[in-house]
Design a protein around this ligand. Structure first.
Ligand code: ATP
Ligand code: MG
Length: 258
């Protein structure tokens, strides 16, 4: 990888971009994944490339929801596997959630390539590959319906990082609790999930792992209370207000920290 100087104002963003490009070169990320990443980056720019206080609330609620679930599943696509393989596996271990490769563009070998990335990161069981990947999500057409009958099909809670709106809505219609990670607070995914973490997947995954570890010994009542007090629409509103206020400030004074 060509050297990115540490003092480059977009150094971290460029390093993350490079992971996506490498993922594409290894058949892990789809071409459309590059475009999805760019859309995410644009929203991250508006957020100031930081995890915001409302995103922290969503992370806490997500941790509580995962711990309260009977059968949680982490849905893994090319982008999330390329960006945070270790954290995905760690989250699965600390929360007891199963891992399922679930992708939009099922080109030959891609499911297997993603599975391999997860196994290299320490995953012992990866669903969504092989003969049990024959369940279907009703209401979605074509190949995108396919889910694992030992995984998403029977899950009560599904974590869907960097997901498309149709699938998010279909999972909701199946009665599942959906936790989304999406930098765009306006996307259909963000608007229709039960809990939306509006943050970069790269920043939020280590925080989510930590939060699950912290709450692991909390009582069921405490966890339920966190969920009862959580209001996704309100949190999304707080994110939009935060963006608005930041832009108003920048409009007046320019960006101070370049
Ligand atoms: P929707 O289908 O939900 O209305 P969309 O069609 O605008 O959304 P998709 O390409 O279907 O977008 O899904 C990709 C989503 O993932 C985008 O909303 C994008 O902002 C988000 N995204 C991309 N990269 C990241 C990332 N690193 N972290 C968090 N979110 C990301
Ligand atoms: Mg979409």
């Amino acid at each position: 990888m060509s050297e990115i100087p540490d003092n480059h104002p977009r150094a971290e963003s460029l390093r993350i971009r490079h992971r996506i490009i490498e993922g594409m070169e290894h058949n892990v990320v789809a071409k459309a994944g590059l475009i999805a990443h760019g859309r995410g980056e644009a929203f991250d720019y508006l957020l100031g490339e930081k995890t915001t206080p409302p995103a922290r609330k969503a992370i806490r609620a997500a941790a509580a929801a995962l711990l309260l679930s009977k059968y949680p599943v982490i849905s893994v696509n090319g982008n999330s596997a390329a960006l945070t393989p270790k954290e995905i596996v760690e989250l699965s271990e600390v929360s007891g959630a199963k891992l399922e490769v679930n992708i939009f563009y099922r080109s030959p070998g891609r499911v297997e390539a993603i599975k391999e990335v997860l196994e290299k990161a320490g995953a012992k069981e990866v669903l969504g590959v092989g003969e049990t990947a024959d369940g279907v999500i009703p209401e979605i057409s074509s190949i995108r319906r396919v889910v694992d009958r030992r995984g998403i099909l029977i899950a009560d809670t599904v974590l869907v990082p960097i997901e498309d709106g149709d699938r998010t809505q279909a999972l909701r219609k199946m009665g599942k609790t959906v936790i989304a990670v999406d930098l765009n607070p306006l996307s259909r995914t963000s608007q229709s999930a039960n809990i939306t973490i509006v943050d970069n997947h790269v920043r939020c995954m280590p925080l989510l792992v930590e939060e699950v570890k912290k709450l692991k010994n909390a009582s069921k009542e405490e966890l339920k209370k966190i969920l009862e007090e959580y209001d996704n629409q309100k949190v999304l509103g707080e994110i939009l207000e935060l963006i608005r206020d930041r832009l108003t400030e920048i409009a007046k004074k320019g960006i101070q920290d370049y």
